[in-house]
Design a protein around this ligand. Structure first.
Ligand code: SF4
Length: 210
């Protein structure tokens, strides 16, 4: 449940602010049962540091209520017995839970060989030329057959770091890129003076802390 809520909080915001919101929930409430029964305003207040806190508070509370109603308790241990596809089917029923969130739960919460695709992973794989896709969802489907199972989770986290620090959305640091000779991106940024000169490290990944 921790991984699911943390991933939910991290949607459309930075890992650092979503981690603060997650810690606030853990520290200010006695457990997920208390979050479920708390007034919405208290949940919103606890997670206001991260983006879309109003929507996230409503969806988290509703999801907890639904899980409790369906399973009698707020645990997701029953997912361990399900196949990956069954876990997708089970969790995609909840409003605000998408394939990327379930993929993160599978990879980081259940130790499955799954390759979650976010905006960084999607951008980097397309620039390098490993896939030719329009959306993260398409990249997710294509990458299933490209990335060997045993590398899936580590490759995911390394691509996020690489996308944040080197292969940035705007002005990628191609002039100091270690895979430049493998990359087929035809708009490489080779001008050292065009942006930040050296990669600043931005390596905090929330799911490695949960
Ligand atoms: S050469 Fe540039 S576009 Fe290609 S992977 Fe490296 S940083 Fe990204």
């Amino acid at each position: 449940m921790d991984v699911l809520i943390a991933t939910k909080l991290s949607q459309n915001t930075t890992d650092k602010t979503s981690y603060t919101a997650f810690r606030n929930l853990k520290d200010e409430f006695g457990g997920w049962e208390d979050v479920m029964t708390a007034p919405l305003s208290r949940i919103k207040n606890a997670i206001k540091v991260c983006g879309l806190s109003n929507t996230k508070a409503v969806q988290i509370k509703k999801m907890l209520e639904n899980i409790k109603n369906e399973h009698g308790s707020l645990t997701l241990v029953h997912l361990r017995k399900l196949s990956d596809n069954e876990v997708y089917d089970e969790l995609l029923k909840h409003k605000g839970i998408g394939k990327k969130t379930v993929s993160c739960l599978l990879a980081f919460g259940l130790g499955r060989d799954v390759f979650p695709v976010d905006t960084h992973v999607h951008r980097v794989l397309n620039r390098i030329g490993l896939v030719d896709t329009k959306t993260p969802e398409e990249t997710f489907e294509a990458a299933k057959f490209i990335v060997p199972d045993k590398f899936k989770v580590n490759f995911h986290t390394n691509l996020i770091r690489f996308g944040r620090n080197v292969c940035k959305a705007v002005r990628p640091l191609c002039y100091e890129c270690m895979v430049i000779n493998l990359c087929s991106f035809n708009q490489k940024n080779l001008s050292v003076n065009s942006g930040l000169k050296t990669a600043a490290e931005n390596n905090f990944i929330i799911l490695e802390k949960i």
